[in-house]
Design a protein. Structure first.
Length: 522
């Protein structure tokens, strides 16, 4: 028998032996009484460890400019129930988004169940409707807080603007793709509903006549069959959606004609051939007449309820334009979503969702988001220049180097970056994820007017390969931290203006977390 086995057996026998000095010992526990009252009230500062995120958020909120929110609240009637402190409400929303609690109901519940939330609110418990209304009403002011978080991070040395990377991620909107309908389907559905309503009315009239003969005349509006009211309501919604699509398509076509007219006017003044100048002038005049005719044919009732459709967002990004025929009507496949008309079908990783395209420009130093935006336009290539300009506005400087994947390539972007003084590295074609541009040991000559070839050659240099290899490690983890770590996978608000504000709130709290972790690590 092994010595260790013998020792273990001897100790066991000694512990259970009746004559053992430990046989009568009783194990004692720490006092525990859930009904024990406090002799003195506890201090909230003792509930959490020093340096907790909740205390950090409370300190940061005191440094933020909340005048836009205060003005909006003070502009209301002073009578009635007293509002909660805007500083407390802002701190509550910022902390909730920082820790991945986005639902107003969950935020309200946390003010009862979570110590950090109780510290933030000082023991108050705003109702979920108050929280939801505060976020919705002041969402534009929350969007303004993003710029302040960038400046705070910049002052702390977390933003260097040596290298930035841009990318977009598709985020589910507060709508289902099954609630979208194409213009072609609307036309078919409209005819079918009109026929069904006519049949129901005829049947109702027959029933009315039979009942009048039996019981006497008299029919009230509320006596209409529920099925008829439902179909009439559905028909009105489809007609309203049709009018919205038709108004958007007309705007699209007018913009196309005006752009064509402008190009032809330029040709009419710059082309060396006199005959071609004359033809271009004729084409320009014709396009202008077509645009005016289409504009004049639209009545005031043709305007849809979505003035931002087809035009730039408040952040300067292009938006989805309803595809139009040469006559200015919607193409058959043009779609409208009945839940959130601003949202669009977006392709993400081979799957399709009803949502938005969220953009982020990320600084390489600490992965701070220095510019952000949202659009409903699927392609990314028109978003690079507005994002660079927003970076300059937020940081009062432009980055030295900017990186982007193939989705951001177009010759105009290269020219715009050069004009701004930004060294741009953007892939000119899609590659398998994780692969670098191919080696080119010997640089080859390219034409001066071939922007694509020039960018391709630039990426194949040692410097270009080294820069571009960092792109995915700078920007893609940010979307992972937002979507996976904090669980933000869909917008709660509807409509592009409110979605812009919500994404600003998400990226602002991302920056606050970077600032907080940099301080705690110091």
């Amino acid at each position: 028998m092994q010595p260790l086995t013998l020792l273990t057996g001897a100790l066991s026998a000694l512990l259970v032996h009746p004559q053992s000095p430990w046989s009568d010992a009783v194990k004692t526990y720490r006092p525990w009484n859930v009904e024990q009252a406090y002799l003195l009230p506890p201090s909230p500062s003792d509930w959490l460890d020093e340096g907790h995120l909740a205390y950090f958020v409370l300190d940061i909120v005191k440094e933020l400019d909340l005048s836009a929110i205060s003005r909006a609240i003070n502009g209301k009637d002073a009578r009635g129930e007293k509002p909660y402190s805007p500083v407390m409400m802002v701190a509550l929303v910022l902390y909730a988004y920082s820790v991945g609690v986005f639902s107003s109901r969950r935020i309200e519940r946390a003010t009862y169940e979570d110590i950090a939330f109780r510290v933030i609110t000082g023991g108050q418990h705003p109702d979920h409707t108050r929280i939801s209304d505060f976020r919705r009403v002041h969402i534009e002011a929350f969007a303004g807080l993003f710029k302040q978080t960038v400046q705070l991070c910049q002052e702390a040395g977390l933003v260097k603007l040596g290298i930035v990377a841009i990318d977009g991620t598709k985020v589910q909107g507060n709508a289902s793709k099954h609630k979208a309908m194409s213009y072609e389907r609307m036309q078919e559905k409209e005819k079918r509903l009109e026929q069904e309503i006519a049949e129901l009315l005829a049947r109702a009239e027959q029933t009315d006549q039979a009942e009048d003969e039996r019981f006497g005349e008299g029919q009230r509006e509320e006596d209409l069959p529920a099925e008829l009211r439902r179909r009439e309501g559905r028909l009105e919604k489809i007609r309203a959606a049709k009018r919205a699509l038709e108004a958007q398509a007309a705007r699209t076509r007018i913009a196309e004609l005006e752009e064509q007219a402008a190009r032809n006017e330029e040709t009419a003044t710059t082309h060396p051939d006199a005959t071609e100048r004359k033809r271009a002038a004729t084409r320009a005049k014709k396009r202008q007449e077509q645009a005016k005719e289409l504009s004049d044919s639209r009545s005031d009732d043709d305007n849809d309820d979505n003035p931002t459709s087809g035009g730039p967002t408040s952040q300067g990004l292009e938006t989805h334009q309803t595809p139009a025929t040469p006559e200015g009507t919607p193409r058959p496949k043009a779609q409208h979503n009945f839940t959130d008309p601003d949202s669009r079908i977006q392709e993400s990783g081979g799957a399709f969702l009803q949502g938005y395209n969220a953009q982020a420009m990320v600084d390489a130093e600490s992965q701070v988001v220095v510019a952000q935006a949202v659009t409903n336009l699927q392609p990314d290539n028109s978003h690079l220049q507005p994002m660079l300009e927003q970076t300059q506005d937020n940081c009062s400087a432009l980055p030295e180097v900017a990186l982007g994947d193939a989705g951001y390539w177009k010759p105009d972007n290269a020219a715009a970056a050069e004009e701004l003084g930004v060294d741009l590295y953007v892939s000119t074609k899609r590659r398998k994820h994780g692969t670098a541009p191919p080696d080119s040991p010997e640089p080859y000559p390219v034409a001066a007017d071939d922007a694509r070839a020039q960018m391709t050659a630039k990426l194949q240099t040692n410097e270009g390969r080294a820069h571009y290899a960092r792109r995915k490690a700078i920007v893609e983890p940010v979307f992972g931290q937002i979507k996976e770590c904090r669980g933000f996978r869909r917008f709660l608000l509807r409509g592009l203006p409110k979605v812009i504000g919500e994404w600003s709130l998400v990226t602002a709290t991302h920056n606050l977390l970077k600032f907080y972790r940099a301080q705690t690590a110091a």
